[in-house]
Design a protein around this ligand. Sequence first.
Ligand SMILES: Cc1cc2nc3c(=O)[nH]c(=O)nc-3n(C[C@H](O)[C@H](O)[C@H](O)COP(=O)(O)OP(=O)(O)OC[C@H]3O[C@@H](n4cnc5c(N)ncnc54)[C@H](O)[C@@H]3O)c2cc1C
Length: 271
Amino acid sequence: MYDRDYAEFLKVQNATSGFRRKVFDSLTLTYRSYFEFEYAAKWEDLSLRAITEWDDLDEPGNGVSYSTTKIGYAAIISHLTSQIPSSKLHLNHRIANIDYSGEKTKITLVNDTVIENEFDYVIVTSAIGHLKKFARKMFTPQLPKRLLKAIDKIGMGTSAKVFLEYSDTTWMDSFLSPLPVAGCQGRKELGTIESEFNTFQKVPWAPNLFMGWIAGHGPEKVDKLSDEELSKILTQLFRDIYRNSSIPQPTAVFRQKWTTNDLFGGSYSYV
Ligand SMILES: Cc1cc2nc3c(=O)[nH]c(=O)nc-3n(C[C@H](O)[C@H](O)[C@H](O)COP(=O)(O)OP(=O)(O)OC[C@H]3O[C@@H](n4cnc5c(N)ncnc54)[C@H](O)[C@@H]3O)c2cc1C
């Protein structure tokens, strides 16, 4: 539907090819990328129905989204864990198998250790991306077919943030939508990485961090790069956008590689 409407729009705008086409493709990329990020879905996989079901519990016309502060999700986790004795929490114990064939459930770790305790109930909260990869061997007996089918069918995509740290931020805008356009910024074509980045913003509670948003096909491509390679590409992009060759390389790059971390297999699910 989108492709059909966009093709029609380009015709009306007399922009089916050439530079005008490149400008509209770039503008539309920001629009697409917004939805790809919110739903962690590649544009071609995202159901239009998902867009109609968006609700962040904001009141109409209020324009306020609920967000975490510099404390982030850690505040929720510390509140919950403060109620549980630390002897009951086992971090960094990766589970390979949950055997619920007997009266009590047995748990085996990936290093083949069988946990001494046996359990009445086990609640699994692994991401769908992990279950997609491991659900068929993680449970004994195997999960019912209906559940395996649901795990296969639900989408798991990736939205990711890349944080660049700087000591000098004088060159930086608080919000930058670079809209890379082939034929501008002194280059005929755009690299496949830089065209994935179309929004950066200063982190409000850490203004020395410039945060880039990536979604769709971006995270898979970016996760294959080393920090050094990524930092080089983005520095060149900023230098070209600002026409300022003295913009420094970031002092550090902070990011999670959600696509390659098999405890997650992406960042969140979509339909
Ligand atoms: C970049 C990004 C931005 C986001 N932005 C927002 C936002 O603005 N608002 C919002 O509400 N949500 C946001 N989310 C989503 C939110 O972070 C997740 O929905 C939430 O963290 C899911 O929590 P969870 O406890 O269900 O699962 P998870 O956080 O996935 O926790 C599951 C845990 O299980 C562990 N685990 C998995 N498999 C095993 C195994 N076999 N054995 C032992 N342990 C295992 C994992 O290591 C992990 O610690 C964002 C996510 C990302 C990646």
